[in-house]
Design a protein around this ligand. Structure first.
Ligand SMILES: Nc1ncnc2c1ncn2[C@@H]1O[C@H](COP(=O)(O)OP(=O)(O)OP(=O)(O)O)[C@@H](O)[C@H]1O
Length: 309
């Protein structure tokens, strides 16, 4: 059984914290800014794989964003950089007003344990296999002070929200893949983070479980103003987010806001076409630009019949 209603409680909550450092602020979402972020992986073969080719992106405090894009386009890499799990090869990433690469290891570790929750693909591997669901949540919250723990989250409610109340005292090693994934998310949100980064949090779940997990993710935003970024391949999941960012070839190629689609102008004025048009206009297609009376630019396929605007 799942509980409905408000999950997170915090007296005197203030979703726009104003203290000076990320660490001093406990409430409200954490904004993100990427400036020219490039990331290379060195391979054993000795050649570099360029995963990100210059990402400029701002996510405001409290925004909820879904990252989309084909396999290999750099979504997971960007998420890991935002969570401070990897450092960019070049460019800058700011959490709040602080640049991640200027944070010392210990400072960053504290931010990551109390303010930024990152659920990477395969996050279930980070669960303690011989501990129960309830013990895993307690472990995830170890870094919180006792007042922070009292303030916010009741573990039984949290487990109920992800449909695991009957597994509260079951050890992880006996759980199914879907149950582990739901527990990993419960652990990730159990500290009431200011920034939640989740890579494919619903990939192994049934429709009903997916919807409840999404409800849990969005309730963090509703109750705390948490900034939320998820990577997903599922259009139904992306549709619950007010903003989508589509990665293409290591760059931000397009954005969606409130149902409208926008392309992002890249280096040298390059524009990625929305997927459904790109499928019909192969590389080499000649297009014509015209201004209409309202000052809009009309793009028309110049050659062949069946032109698009
Ligand atoms: N550890 C690594 N070592 C070498 N190359 C890597 C590593 N991780 C990712 N890559 C490469 O970086 C590029 C971006 O990968 P990334 O996993 O960020 O993409 P993605 O969009 O999240 O893909 P998917 O949707 O399949 O998870 C790909 O070419 C990938 O092969």
């Amino acid at each position: 059984m799942y509980l409905e209603g408000r999950l997170f409680h915090r007296d005197g909550e203030n979703v726009r914290g104003s203290a000076t450092t990320v660490e001093e602020t406990r409430t409200g979402g954490l904004g993100i800014r990427c400036e020219g972020v490039v990331h290379l992986y060195k391979t054993f073969g000795g050649h570099d794989v360029v995963a990100l080719r210059g990402v400029d992106l701002t996510i405001r405090a409290g925004e909820r964003v879904a990252f989309l894009g084909p396999s290999g386009s750099g979504k997971s890499t960007l998420l890991a950089l935002l969570g401070g799990i990897q450092r960019p090869s070049a460019g800058k990433i700011f959490l709040g007003e602080e640049e991640v690469s200027r944070m010392g290891e210990r400072y960053l570790a504290r931010i990551r344990s109390r303010q930024v929750s990152t659920m990477l693909q395969g996050a279930t591997r980070n669960l303690l296999p011989y501990a129960t669901a309830r013990q895993n949540i307690a472990f995830a919250r170890l870094s919180l002070s006792s007042s922070e723990r009292d303030d916010a989250l009741v573990d039984v409610e949290l487990l109920d929200r992800v449909g695991l109340v009957e597994q509260a005292d079951q050890v992880v090693s006996t759980m199914s893949g879907g149950q582990r994934q739901r527990l990993a998310l419960a652990c990730a949100v159990s500290t009431a983070p200011r920034l939640l980064l989740a890579d494919e949090p619903t990939s192994q779940l049934s429709h009903a479980d997916r919807d409840h997990v999404l409800h849990l993710i969005h309730s963090l935003g509703d109750d705390f103003g948490t900034t939320i970024v998820v990577v997903t391949h599922q259009p139904e999941v992306a549709a619950t987010f007010p903003r989508t960012v589509t990665m293409k070839g290591g760059r931000v190629g397009a954005e969606g806001h409130g149902g409208s689609e926008y392309a992002v102008v890249g280096e040298d004025g390059v524009l990625h076409l929305p997927g459904h048009i790109a499928a019909e206009w192969p590389p080499g297609t000649l297009v014509r630009f015209e201004d209409d009376e309202q000052g809009r630019i009309i793009v028309t396929r110049a050659s062949s019949e069946g032109s698009h605007q």
